[in-house]
Design a protein around this ligand. Structure first.
Ligand code: PTJ
Length: 251
């Protein structure tokens, strides 16, 4: 890993890059995952590299939806496994939710490596290696899923998606929670709840809210009532537009 000086003004962002590069070298992250991360970095930069009020509202609604789901599943890809395995496993234990690996650039080797990372951080059962079902309306390997995981889930949490899988899951009648820094993406606009934030921060915030909301039925109801996807995405786009117009303070 490249040594990033503690004093570097954008240290956190560079550390995330290092994790991804390391994940790529270890065969966890697809080469395309590095490009996808660059796109995310761009949106994050325009947001001021911080968790916005809108992201917190969405994360709270996401936590409420996870807690009220009867069979929630967290879908993990290469980038998510490299960036925030600790956060994924703690959220799955807290809700609780099952974990399933779902890859766009699918290979048994990458699935095995991702599974080892998640298990190394305490995940007890990771689905995805032996898919026995398909998501209708999707072509190719990304449609593969497991019957006891994504296929029968009533809610699926997806992060850094490739586009139309979120819509296909919604078309199956599932709730979809998406984490995506791009508020314009197909995923962001099709999901039931979209958290526009960097995935590591988003998972941590959802877990924090889930801890607070657990057992608090009124709080769960309020969190869901307070969230409106389209209003939330519009507010984030307005914030990005304002930042692009007036500029951001330099970090
Ligand atoms: O591991 P695999 O084989 O499943 O492949 C995963 C990638 C990421 C390559 C695949 O899903 C892909 O190509 O995704 P896309 O279509 O590039 O979409 C990724 C979305 O995630 C984009 O809208 C990015 O802006 C966003 N994004 C990238 N990095 C982050 C992010 N959102 C949140 N946090 C990030 N760190």
């Amino acid at each position: 890993m490249t040594m990033i000086p503690k004093s570097h003004p954008r240290r956190e962002s560079l550390m995330l890059r290092e994790r991804l590069v390391e994940g790529f070298a270890d065969g966890v992250v697809a080469p395309q995952g590095l490009i996808a991360h660059g796109r995310g970095e761009m949106f994050y930069y325009v947001l001021g590299e911080r968790t916005t009020k809108e992201a917190r509202i969405a994360a709270r609604a996401a936590a409420a939806a996870l807690l009220t789901a009867s069979h929630p599943v967290i879908s993990v890809n290469g980038n998510v496994a490299a960036l925030c395995p600790v956060e994924v496993v703690s959220l799955s234990q807290l809700v609780p939710a099952r974990i399933e690996i779902g890859l766009f650039h699918r290979s048994d080797e990458r699935i095995t490596r991702i599974q080892a990372i998640l298990e190394g951080h305490g995940a007890e059962e990771v689905l995805g290696f032996l898919p026995d079902e398909r998501i209708p309306g999707l072509d190719g390997p990304r449609a593969m899923c497991s019957e006891e995981g994504i296929h029968s889930a009533d809610l699926v949490l997806v992060a850094l998606e490739d586009g139309d899988r979120a819509k296909a899951l919604v078309d199956m009648g599932k709730k979809v929670v998406a984490v995506d820094l791009n508020p314009l993406s197909r995923t962001a606009r099709n999901a039931t709840i979209t958290v526009v934030d960097e995935v590591t921060s988003a998972f941590a915030e959802i877990a924090y809210c889930a801890e607070e909301l657990k057992g608090d039925d009124a709080g769960i109801r309020r969190a869901l009532e307070r969230y409106d996807r389209d209003d939330n995405l519009s507010a984030i786009m307005a914030l990005m537009a304002a930042n692009l117009t007036t500029g951001l303070p330099l970090p």
